[in-house]
Design a binder for this molecule. Sequence first.
Ligand code: MSP
Length: 497
Amino acid sequence: MIENKKIITAPIFYINGLPHLGHLYTCIAVDVLRRFEIAMGRSSCASFGTDEHGQKVELACLEALKSNSEEMLCEYANKMTIPFKNLLAAANVISNAWIRTTDNDHKEVASWLWREIEANGFFYEKKYVGWYAKADEAYYREEEVLNNVAIPTGSKVEWVEEDCMFFKLSAFREQLVLHYHRNKDSVQPQSRYNEVLGLLSQDLPDLAVSRTRFKWGISCPNHNDHIMYVWLDALANYLTFLARSGGTFNLIGSMIHVIGKDILKFHAIYWPALLLAAKLPLPKQIFAHGWLLVKETKMSKSRGNFIDPFTLLEKYGCDQVRYFFMKAINFGNDSNFSEEAVEQIYNAELINEIGNLAQRVLVFCYNKYGGTLYCDNTQAEILRDWDVALNNAEHAMKNQDITKYIIAVRKAIMQTNKYMNDNQPWLAQDPKEVMSILCLCIQRMSILLWPVMPHACEKIAAMMGVTDITVNSWSICLAHKISQKPTPLFQMIDNFK
Ligand code: MSP
């Protein structure tokens, strides 16, 4: 049952190249949001998939397989979806659905959406004459083009003439403005919300939603020589996810779409307008994160500066990369990526702060108390600090603010390190109470960090004999049983170079 769950969606990935770090980043962010719900004892689900139609994919297939026949295109798509799916497994991302736009159920859903919009009178046929950028699969107006380049994206444009079906996007401008004025949290962060209002303050031309110059796409119902515009096809995947999960399309109203800032217009303007035209509710929230930059430029397939995500995950470890992305990159803003930065955070925070704290506490308890400790002082101030961290984390994650959530948890980790140093249990005769409090702190740390570093936190829980790594065991003063000598959570960095 998908009802009553926090429903989070990832953008579906283009398959005209291999996955890169930008894709990995999006997947991890969605997974952290989703796992946070699990850690808080609530239900959640997340969808992922691949965007397989369109001219870009057709051209990539032509280049790779020297053919763009239907058969070769299917073969190409079958091959190219795999590394993206593998990326989820490599990054320990839990997914509820893998939606490929070439799946039959998706084709049916997209065709349903088309028919609804057409039946409601929002499509008309017209010849398009103007600028088109293959790289963006989008048309541009005269004022958006300079020297054969689309100003908004920097992509090359060409002059085309094409018979198209148009969507009356212009008819929805006022409704969208009203919706965004009424729902100020519906686009996050605030800077992106302002951007959407800015776009809506301009003229909103009708949108060409079908193509007749190439064939790789879903046939438009009632217009067999047209295929659907790749974005209409792709956006419909969110409905496919609902259909596949047994939910009604009205549940779109509780969806949170996590996307990169480059595809904000498609999600915050085109998609809501299409939904309104089909008489469906609008998504609950769109969160547009920033870009990962390499030496100040966007990492992308076409720029050739992409770093292989599988190599990175293998080299540093999955949890370590997940932590780095969530901690070092301010969620919502652009950030530079470098391996030096990964190593710096690895040493400073994972080894020195988190790993060290867990290791010092658990090894001390194991050596001194033969492994079993019971915490009966839940009023200790340091435990209150963890309550504050929990509250702040919850508050931040209501708005998908991963950065604030991690800041809240790190604060409590630093306070716990200080608590241990101030109390110097290694000098005391019987520091049982301090150690039992510290054990509960470590347990709480594992609950709050599990969404980001599931392996490491499961290891902490296993070392302590804790079976429930959710908030349900937050205040339960368990007897912590450290039955085996604890081993370090993270390897020293030199060991894997
Ligand atoms: N297929 C469309 C999405 C359709 S969703 C209905 C698409 N695909 S993509 O493969 O180009 O990008 C997928 C996601 O990765 C987008 O959210 C995009 O913003 C994100 N990223 C691509 N490059 C990125 C970075 N360098 N940094 C961070 N995210 C980036 O767009």
